[in-house]
Ligand binder design. Structure first.
Ligand SMILES: [Zn+2]
Length: 313
């Protein structure tokens, strides 16, 4: 059935991506989404290997150079946010199965110098869970909200002052958390992964939602992170994955940006810009790779009727 769908849609190359694989979702992620366990991740990989050949970056490059014509179905795997589980959990699994991959990092967070604002929110929610109901009520009154959890989850990149002052109120020290938990990859771990043959790419400086910042800041976030990653990995490749989504980023950004390949998050989708490759989010609730991939192809078929499979700008 999947073979038929691949043939019917002509979408032979797919780009699945993850953020974390962990049997015990860490506090900085626990209140945002559920991490796939090692067992679930291995099952996902085995499913992919059944239908697609693993591709490496040079394969993806030649796929692009040949105008995306390829005879055999293939997949190129990637991981966003540069978490330490990439080194400890994902790396050994991929090496044992011989699967290449790219890891996209936020340059401000490498070596645990700082943390993604959404991770800070997850830590704050965890802290709220420990409080007495009356204390929660007091904070809710102070913030003029009925539901502190959804209030926290609605905070954006631009609300970092609110996040930090709430941390103060709750006696949460993000710097201590970074030191103790070490959520991010370090420079030496990245060097080792580069040596293993994996690709390291950029994911912006500090993970803003691009639609929320102006174009010159979008370009700065992109070029500074690409330059730093290139310097760090001594690599010729300039590969970038948008934080959150590329949705809402204008065509002039794409004209100005200097990158070989740009990865989005729109599932199975074509793009008007040949450098842009859309990826499939693989961490949707409790769904298996099989469920996610089938759904993507069926969705692609439906959208074909409405001519909605091309991202234009
Ligand atoms: Zn990200």
């Amino acid at each position: 059935m999947l073979k038929t769908l691949i043939k019917l849609t002509g979408q032979k190359v797919i780009f699945p991506f993850y953020h974390i694989v962990s049997d015990d979702t860490p506090v900085h992620i626990r209140n945002l989404y559920r991490a796939k366990s090692q067992k679930e991740f291995i099952e996902d990989l085995d499913f992919l290997l059944q239908y697609y050949q693993p591709m490496d970056l040079s394969y993806v490059k030649s796929y692009l150079n040949q105008d995306k014509k390829r005879t055999k179905p293939g997949f190129y795997l990637s991981f966003d946010d540069g978490l330490s589980e990439m080194y400890h959990v994902v790396r050994p699994i991929l090496i044992s199965k011989g699967i290449p991959a790219a890891f996209f990092c936020n340059t401000a967070f490498i070596d645990n110098k700082d943390m993604f604002f959404r991770y800070k929110i997850s830590i704050l929610i965890e802290e709220i869970h420990k409080l007495q109901p009356s204390a929660v009520k007091n904070i809710e009154a102070l913030l003029q909200t009925q539901d502190i959890k959804s209030y926290l989850l609605s905070l954006k990149y631009g609300n970092i002052n609110t996040i930090n002052s709430l941390a103060n109120t709750l006696n949460v020290r993000f710097d201590e958390y970074l030191k103790q938990v070490q959520p991010y990859l370090t420079t030496s771990q990245l060097a080792e992964m580069k040596n293993d043959g994996f690709n390291i790419g950029a994911h912006s400086i500090d993970h803003p939602y691009f639609a929320d910042i102006n174009e010159s800041e979008q370009l700065r976030q992109t070029s500074v992170s690409l330059d730093e990653i290139q310097e760090l990995t001594h690599s010729q490749d300039r590969i970038f994955a948008f934080p959150f989504t590329e949705y809402g980023v204008s065509s002039s950004f794409f004209k100005s940006v200097s990158a070989d390949m740009i990865f989005g998050t729109a599932g199975i989708k074509k793009d008007i810009d040949s450098r842009v490759l859309h990826r499939i989010p693989m961490e949707e609730s409790r769904k298996t790779a099989s469920q996610i991939i089938y759904k993507q192809y069926l969705y692609f078929m439906v959208k074909a009727f409405f001519n909605k499979n091309m991202r234009k700008r």
